[in-house]
Design a protein. Structure first.
Length: 504
């Protein structure tokens, strides 16, 4: 074993300018060796507070290498209350480089793993199998948080020499499952497996999704698409599996929903770098939707800072219902009000979604779930339903809603649609509910909550009607709330709908 010492980021370092603060350390070099031989180098260093978002360790890989293995550790000193401790993420780029866009991307595990390997026929979950070509590879370090005394790390790189194994051809899940024609389909578009920082296997996710009554799911691992090629055997006529990524930046997370197989979306930028639009457009070019996730989450780097101009929908409800979801719901409702202001009449409004963001037990896959009116159970049809806002969010498959508005001459509109009536035409809003015992119905408009029902019967099924006009309510959306134990705050959501709009 050979050792090297980076000492501190100021020594043997080259600053890299560009989309995000980054720094490149001195190279780790290897010589050629005989087949089946292994060579190991260990490097150590310390990152101070205020380190760049990304620190790259170059590794010079010679000819004849069949596998790269990387292991790392770092210190976790005690810190005062209210002070962030050390957290160091890790990933890998191959000889094609670290340029923004990810042409050389070979994997990312964040802080979920302490070691990984890459070779032609296999790789650690989170990483991409493929040739180990000669050239300068880069270990990517992401100092997520650094304690006041600094972050000391140790990286051990092992190269195994010899003839490469045959590469494995990826197989992806189909873009269609057996549907029911135009119908309501249930899905969970944000969840995690062992291919990023989750604990579920893909098989476990598929089984739990079926058990939750879901028709579709979306693969959304943090900053990697490595799971895409492993989902095919879990798909079936009863479960559509879409492919995507949770693009996890330092200024918020966005779910790429239903992209082409093998699509990688880079995450190495902040809002101030003015790069998000480029990658939002990449998601759409790859056939996906751009969905900011948990926009008011309180974890470091989770709060959404990029604005919603590039979004196709927004994740308002994330996992078990919490106060930050309540804030996200109110913020989304304010955007609806803006969409009907100044003569915009609801054009360009942003649909809402809900997903579980499940990582491990006891997280519940399918709580909540987005229920989409789509022409069939296909990637394109589901995406079109989400984009159009023909959807509602429910805490489980037990809850079903039918939400409509009708005028006096037979006019009719459903969720995400517009009832085209004159301003003074009487309108009847009707909500049919099943599976929500003792919940309260609230009807929300651009004026706020204008109707609150008595608690639903213990059967959980009822019909609620309310009469209004387009001059009084530019849009109407429905919420189902659980009973509150005490106090003036509303209970946690059981379900909510996207709006339907009233007026010409």
């Amino acid at each position: 074993m050979c050792e090297d010492d980076h000492a501190g980021i100021g020594r043997r370092a080259v600053f890299v300018t560009g989309a995000a603060a980054a720094l490149t350390l001195g190279s780790v070099s290897f010589a050629s060796a005989a087949p089946r031989e292994r060579r190991t180098r260990t490097v150590r260093g310390t990152l101070p507070t205020g380190s760049p978002d990304f620190v790259y360790v170059p590794v010079e890989v010679p000819d004849g290498v069949r596998e790269i293995h990387v292991a790392y550790t770092y210190d976790r000193p005690a810190v005062p209350a209210g002070t962030q401790g050390n957290a160091l993420d890790i990933g890998l780029f191959d000889e094609r480089g670290t340029d923004l866009g990810g042409r050389g991307f070979r994997g990312w595990s964040g802080g979920a793993r302490t070691e990984f390997f890459v070779r032609a026929d296999d790789a650690t979950p989170g990483y991409l199998p493929g040739p180990v070509r000669p050239g300068v590879w880069h270990i990517a370090l992401g100092p997520y948080t650094v304690a006041p005394r600094g972050l000391s790390y140790e990286i051990t790189v092992t190269l195994t020499y010899g003839e490469e194994s045959a590469a494995v051809r990826p197989v992806y899940p189909p873009e269609r499952a057996r549907g029911r024609g135009r119908a309501w389909y249930r899905g969970d578009c944000h969840l995690h497996s062992e291919y990023s920082d989750g604990r579920f296997t893909l098989a476990e996710i598929a089984a739990l999704a079926r058990g939750a009554g879901l028709d579709f799911i979306n693969s959304s691992e943090h900053n990697t698409h490595s799971a895409h090629a492993h989902w095919a055997k879990e798909a079936g006529d009863d479960l559509l599996i879409l492919l995507g990524e949770e693009v996890t930046t330092r200024n918020g997370h966005v779910v790429a929903l239903g992209t082409d197989p093998g699509t990688f979306v880079d995450w190495r930028y902040r809002a101030r770098d003015n790069r998000f639009g480029r990658f939002a457009r990449q998601i759409r070019r790859a056939g996906g939707l751009v969905v900011p996730a948990h926009p008011h989450a309180t974890c470091i780097g989770c709060n959404w800072k990029f604005g919603f101009g590039e979004a196709d929908a927004v994740e308002v409800w994330n996992g078990a219902y919490t106060p930050d979801d309540e804030v996200a719901l109110a913020d989304w409702d304010a955007m609806l009000v803006a969409s009907v202001r100044d003569g915009r009449d609801g054009r360009g409004w942003l649909p809402a979604m809900g997903s579980s963001d499940s990582h491990r037990a006891p997280d519940v896959i399918g709580r909540p779930q987005t229920v989409v009116l789509a022409d069939d159970l296909t990637r394109e049809a589901i995406q079109e339903g989400i984009r159009a806002g023909r959807s509602y969010v429910a805490e489980s498959a037990q809850v079903s809603l039918a939400f409509t508005a009708s005028g006096g001459r037979g006019e009719h509109a459903g969720i995400g649609e517009r009832l085209r009536v004159d301003d003074d035409t009487p309108v009847t809003v009707r909500l049919e509910v099943t599976g929500a015992p003792r919940c309260t119905v609230r009807l929300v408009t651009d004026q706020g909550v204008l109707f609150t029902s008595a608690p639903l019967p213990v059967s959980g099924s009822d019909v609620v009607e309310w009469r209004t006009t387009a001059s009084y309510a530019a849009y109407v959306r429905a919420e189902l709330r659980h009973e509150t134990a005490a106090g003036p705050l509303p209970g946690a959501l059981a379900a909510f709908t996207n709006p339907l709009f009233l007026g010409r």
